[in-house]
Design a protein around this ligand. Structure first.
Ligand code: FE2
Ligand code: FE2
Length: 239
């Protein structure tokens, strides 16, 4: 394992050891949409103490030594795309409709006492709609192009233009999801259940927080692993 350095980007640190994302989550450091920031820059931006973050990372690494994690960086582009669909996409497709029902129920029962629940409902529903279309675009357009590119022996021609155009759109949509998640975290005061919150309230907060974590890891794998490799290959193939 490499030595930890303040100049390494958050994306690289999580790529080398995916579990480090938990440390970054606990300090509010954005390793997915802003994964290209160095550790030092990210700490400055989030107002966190660099030495404290380095200490926690070292402690995490020491504890995690010997644990087996899939080596996402070693996967082929098609394998990585398939992994994304089987895990993160499948989770979202199953979870979004269920969580939407729960958010709606909590809003209807507790919305009068906690008026911010209306905004939680609005922001999360808009994010679910965007994500629904986003997953479709990746699965129907971008990932098949990735597979075609990886299997090509000569410069492939894509019927919908170059591959960097859909990647740019996906990056913009990731930023939008990242902003929605930040808004949800703020609205819910870090997913805090009110003292008199019922079990549905508790379940809603817990599932929103789980979705935040899963989406952060999902976006990290696309922004910092898959997309840069696809663009590098497309460049090599001259398309
Ligand atoms: Fe995805
Ligand atoms: Fe995506």
């Amino acid at each position: 394992m490499e030595t930890l350095s303040a100049s390494t980007t958050l994306g690289e640190l999580v790529t080398a050891r995916p579990g480090r994302s938990r440390v970054f989550e606990s300090f509010g450091l954005d390793y997915c949409c802003k994964g290209q920031q160095s550790l030092e820059e990210a700490c400055a931006a989030a107002g966190q103490d660099l030495s404290q973050v380095l200490e926690k990372l070292a402690a995490f690494d020491a504890q995690a030594d010997g644990e087996k994690e899939p080596d996402y960086a070693a996967m082929s582009l098609s394998e990585l795309a398939e992994h994304l669909v089987r895990t993160h996409h499948a989770y979202l497709k199953e979870e979004m409709p269920e969580l939407a029902k729960l958010i709606d129920k909590v809003f209807r029962v507790h919305g009068r006492k906690f008026p911010w629940l209306e905004k939680v409902r609005q922001v999360s529903f808009a994010m679910f709609m965007e994500l629904d279309a986003h997953l479709q675009k990746e699965e129907m357009v971008l990932f098949p192009m990735v597979q075609q590119l990886e299997q090509a022996t000569s410069t492939p021609s894509f019927h919908c233009g170059s591959i960097d155009a859909p990647i740019r759109v996906m990056l913009m949509e990731h930023d939008s999801a990242g902003e929605a998640l930040a808004q949800l975290r703020e609205l819910t005061s870090g997913y805090t259940v009110p003292p008199d919150g019922c079990n549905s309230f508790r379940a809603m907060m817990d599932r929103l927080q789980t979705m935040e974590y899963d989406l952060h890891r999902h976006i990290h794998k696309e922004n910092s692993l898959l997309f840069p490799k696809v663009l590098e290959l497309a460049d090599k193939m001259g398309c």
